[in-house]
Ligand binder design. Structure first.
Ligand code: ZN
Ligand code: ZN
Length: 288
């Protein structure tokens, strides 16, 4: 292998490992979409499959981290992954949904509403495949509590700490560390086994709540604002007692894990509900 080729391989490998500053990790997005998959109507499944790019091999979950890989190509998409707040445990769309320059509707909630509207409108000029991939990703993100974290510390990204013995930050703990730790501790590093366990919880422990999760009375938009509000409340709990340079271990882990599992479940159920509505016979389905 030539030196240049080797250098290229190394660069690509390190880019692939670089931590994403604002997203559930790869596993979190895969799990959210895999869970959503199980709740899709056959109509929605047909509509989704028709829009998936060929590299997805017909699997929605395969495209759910795509948006993270586009953050440098589509720089404008970067602020669409989150909606931070001043830290009062509340999300207010009018106050909090903007980018750093104050452009309105530029946040994860605005993005979910926007891509839903595009997919519901067969005459929209925007690319429906990219819209679907963005939507599936952002519904995951809005459920990660630290994606509605505090502005001052960039959703916990500047709170440097240790997760057990490894260097991390509070945001990354919620994106990835809790999930990968749980996969290692309880599921023999098997992602599918963790997904099955969450699916069992939905039909078992959470069966009485599951219908409420997907209830959305708004006819004109999604209920993403409500999901951000839930995350803002959970974010306050996640910050509680955590200081710079802390070491987080068992105590924090066992408090966070059930929250993470429930947010993955809710993200999946709600993504399915949004897609079921989009592809429910009117609009897009007929146009493809
Ligand atoms: Zn993201
Ligand atoms: Zn993140």
């Amino acid at each position: 292998m030539g030196l240049l080729m080797l250098l290229h391989v190394l660069l690509v490998a390190s880019a692939a490992r670089a931590p994403a500053a604002h997203a559930w990790g790869k596993e979190g997005h895969y799990m959210t979409c895999k869970i959503a998959d199980g709740f899709l109507t056959s109509e929605a499944l047909t509509g989704v499959k028709a829009l998936l790019p060929s590299w997805a091999n017909g699997e929605l979950a395969e495209v759910c981290s795509w948006a993270d890989s586009q953050r440098f190509r589509y720089r404008w998409s970067s602020p669409l992954h989150f909606a931070d707040t001043p830290g009062d445990c509340k999300f207010s769309y009018a106050r909090d949904c903007h980018d750093t320059k104050g452009n309105k509707d530029v946040c994860v909630v605005g993005a979910i509403n926007n891509y839903t509207a595009i997919l519901e409108d067969p005459s929209s000029p925007f690319d429906p495949t990219e819209s679907l991939m963005f939507l599936a990703h952002f519904v995951g993100d809005v459920h990660q509590p630290l994606h509605c974290g505090h502005v001052d510390d960039l959703g916990g990204n500047t709170i440097k700490l240790r997760w057990y013995r490894r260097k991390s930050n509070l945001h990354h703990v919620w994106d990835s560390d809790v999930i990968t730790q749980a996969m290692k501790d309880f599921f023999d590093k098997d992602q599918d086994a963790m997904i099955e366990s969450i699916q069992r919880n939905i039909t078992d422990d959470w069966s009485s709540e599951e219908k409420q999760w997907e209830t959305c009375r708004s006819k004109t938009t999604t209920c993403a604002e409500k999901y951000a509000q839930e995350s803002a409340v959970l974010a306050c709990d996640a910050y509680e007692g955590v200081e710079q340079e802390d070491t987080l271990g068992d105590e924090y882990y066992f408090k966070a894990l059930p929250v993470v599992q429930k947010r993955l479940a809710q993200g999946g159920v709600r993504l399915a509900a949004i897609l079921n509505r989009i592809f429910s016979g009117n609009g897009r389905l007929q146009s493809i």
